[in-house]
Design a protein around this ligand. Structure first.
Ligand code: ZN
Length: 267
């Protein structure tokens, strides 16, 4: 089985001591590719350099995370637009809204930068990787996002113009994401006991709409919680999803790998 981790942060400092060893273990685990997410300005160039080191195995996603939206100044804008032309730059992300981090970046700034990011996506014609996080049971950032997608975004004409990464909402939100043509990015959150509502929503969405991710070094799957996550955990996450969806894991691997290849336009 060949798996892809569609969302990893291997350049995170958590891997500073043993990054290359981790990467070689990943490629022996069944995860044959991963997508490095660089969502702070200082991460962009190192992400492309990492791709250069493993050219057939890696791709990069570049953007500005809503938690640090205030860092998106004129210099960052010019640099991001240029770096997104790089052959390893597969998508724009993580972009979106994070209302659990309003203390780190105020709502007005997040909204303004998200709108600019959608306009950049229209400009450069690349898929988007969305990060949406709510505070408690307030689903406002989802409603706002779907409203903005409708009015500010021109999805590229591709099978999948984007992904809602770290899917952790109800079927109501999943349905709206699917209506916009988005995939759902499934990670360790799916495996946690309390998250039955996520599993139900994912089952209703169906395997055809899923890609797998770790979001490492965070969100290790159940059984490995509290340890550092990495892309070699994708087969474990896949097993949880396949069991819940009552399908062979080989079939899930085939579908989700093809979806990730299609989304990021990889060979
Ligand atoms: Zn992430």
């Amino acid at each position: 089985m060949n798996f892809i981790d569609s969302h990893a942060h291997i350049n995170d400092e958590a891997f500073n001591e043993d990054r290359d060893q981790v990467i070689s273990r990943v490629f022996e685990s069944g995860t044959y590719k991963f997508v490095e997410i660089a969502c702070e300005t200082h991460e962009w160039t190192p992400a492309l350099a990492l791709c250069e080191k493993y050219p057939s195995r890696l791709a990069a996603v570049l953007g500005v995370h809503p938690q640090v939206a205030q860092t998106y100044d004129d210099a960052a804008k010019a640099q991001l637009k240029e770096l997104l032309q790089n052959r390893h730059a597969a998508a724009l992300g993580e972009i979106g809204l994070d209302y659990a981090y309003l203390h780190a970046c105020p709502k007005e700034t997040q909204l303004k930068v998200f709108e600019e990011m959608l306009s950049l996506a229209n400009d450069i014609k690349k898929p988007i990787v969305l990060h949406i996080r709510r505070e408690e049971e307030n689903y406002e950032p989802y409603d706002t996002t779907f409203h903005m997608l409708k009015h500010n975004w021109q999805p590229i004409s591709a099978k999948f113009p984007g992904v809602l990464h770290c899917f952790s909402a109800r079927y109501e939100e999943a349905k709206q994401a699917l209506d916009h043509g988005l995939l759902l990015g499934i990670n360790g959150c799916f495996t946690y006991k309390k998250n039955e509502y996520i599993r139900e929503a994912v089952k209703k969405a169906g395997a055809d709409k899923l890609i797998l991710e770790t979001d490492c070094p965070y969100l290790s799957p159940q059984g490995k919680r509290g340890t550092r996550n990495d892309p070699s955990n994708i087969p474990l996450i896949a097993q949880w999803v396949a069991d819940y969806l009552d399908m062979p894991v080989e079939k899930l691997a085939e579908i989700t790998t093809q979806n990730a290849l299609d989304l990021y336009n990889l060979k």
